[in-house]
Ligand binder design. Structure first.
Ligand code: PLP
Length: 416
């Protein structure tokens, strides 16, 4: 479902003209659709109906409090990778009992905080981490629920920076090592083994790598059962891709159905950690064209959003669609490189885009709801953009634009 669409020449977010939002909040500006977020989550939930499950939205994709609030109200759990993300979930009204804690470098202080909050599960990523977690829990008189993140060594066939399930990646432990880690975990009084997990990468556009990973996990689950270690849940991570350009990722329903088919009659609680497939297409980044700069080699459209606002094109050579907020008639399209003002040649939002542009025009970058704002920075001392949630015809400011004073907060000149 597309919550961003044209009415005549004009782009709308749900029932709100994008221009009306820009009038109030300026550019660059992130706009999210409440309905798109809810619909994306509901697709997972309905595909999992009739089966014990928990959908843990991956907070790192978009951690705005209002976004988390919207998803929490619809019953989502959360996948976190830091204490900060857990504090956000709590501040947004999320339930810690539905939180799983991933990440290769959890610190003892983060573990202690998560134990205090009684989260659902620690997704342990190494033998060393298990020992630290056991010690922290013992010290607190707690029992830490754990799952071991297995690296199933499957090729997710995605960009190398977002592929996480190959043996050369830093994530999880090998299937062979996992068995040892589980045996050790079963001996520790302050650890309760509750599940198994994997997350093989992001922006996957095929089902087969997920099924390969699942088979490897299930073989391990059976071996562990033989060792007397029973697992209650199976967490298959996130990673389902979305359409940015001409990709054809499987529908959520087909992806879940394939997994349920593979599981057959097994009685196990299913956990998923989707991020991108919930949030990406629920967001736009809107930017204004400041200058047109035709040169012999390229036509540059200099816009007021940059790699600090939206890093994906620069970091992953990600292609994200760029469309005008108001279609112009008349003049011919030309090919434009849409670039920001940051002092890096890698600072671009899109290259060779066929657009009909004049200075002052507004452009909307699609698919910006996930890994957009959360990866933004203050590079070049640029305040971060506001985040606006549209709900039908109403507009909610979910995060104000940063001020220059915000940027300097906590900095101190030398004493005289
Ligand atoms: C990033 C991440 C996710 C979410 O991945 P998406 O591709 O956004 O669905 C889920 N689980 C873990 C452990 C992650 O690191």
């Amino acid at each position: 479902m597309d919550c961003f669409s044209y009415r005549g020449a004009e782009l709308y977010a749900e029932d709100t003209p994008v221009e009306a939002i820009v009038e109030r909040f300026g550019t660059p500006c992130y706009i999210y659709s409440r309905k798109a977020l809810e619909t994306a989550l509901a697709e997972y939930q309905s595909a999992l109906a009739g089966c014990d499950h928990l959908v843990c939205y991956a907070v790192k994709a978009n951690s705005n409090l209002a976004v988390l609030d919207i998803l929490a109200r619809q019953g989502a759990g959360f996948d976190i990778v830091s204490r900060g993300e857990l504090e956000r979930v709590i501040a947004a009204g999320g339930d810690p009992a539905k939180v799983v804690f991933s990440g290769v470098g959890k610190r003892p202080e983060e573990m202690a905080f998560a134990l205090e909050q009684d989260i659902a599960c620690f997704n342990v990523e190494s033998a060393a981490e298990l020992e630290v977690l056991a010690a922290v829990a013992a010290e607190m008189g707690k029992v830490a629920p754990v799952s071991v993140r297995v690296n199933p060594d499957v090729d997710a066939k995605t960009h190398p920076y977002i592929s996480t399930g190959l043996k050369e990646n830093k994530f999880g432990v090998t299937v062979e090592e996992a068995r040892q880690v589980y045996r050790r975990a079963a001996q520790l009084d302050s650890i309760a083994v509750v599940g198994i997990d994997c997350h093989i990468g992001s922006q996957l556009t095929e089902i087969s790598p997920f099924i390969d990973a699942l088979r490897r996990l299930l073989a391990l689950v059976d071996e562990l059962a033989g060792d007397g270690i029973e697992l209650r849940h199976l967490d298959l991570g996130g990673g389902l891709g979305v359409r940015y350009a001409d990709e054809t990722p499987p529908a959520v329903a087909d992806y879940i159905a394939a997994i349920r088919r593979e599981l057959g009659e097994r009685q196990v609680k299913l956990v998923f950690e989707p991020g991108r497939s919930i949030a990406a297409n629920a967001g736009l980044l809107v930017t204004r064209v400041e200058y047109l700069k035709p040169t012999p080699a390229h036509n540059f459209a200099l816009v007021d959003a940059a790699m600090n606002d939206l890093l994906r094109p620069s970091l992953y050579q990600a292609w994200m669609d760029i469309q005008p907020v108001r279609h112009r008639d008349g003049s011919e399209d030309a090919s434009w490189d849409v670039v920001g003002p940051v002092c890096e040649t890698g600072d671009f939002l899109g290259k060779a885009r066929q657009l009909r542009l004049e200075a002052g025009d507004l452009l909307a970058v699609s698919g910006a709801g996930a890994y957009g704002f959360t990866m933004s920075s203050n590079y070049n001392s640029r305040p971060r953009a506001p985040e606006i949630i549209v709900d039908g015809a109403s507009i909610h400011c979910a995060r104000e634009r940063e001020t220059i004073a915000d940027l300097m907060r906590g900095e101190h000149r030398l004493p005289d």
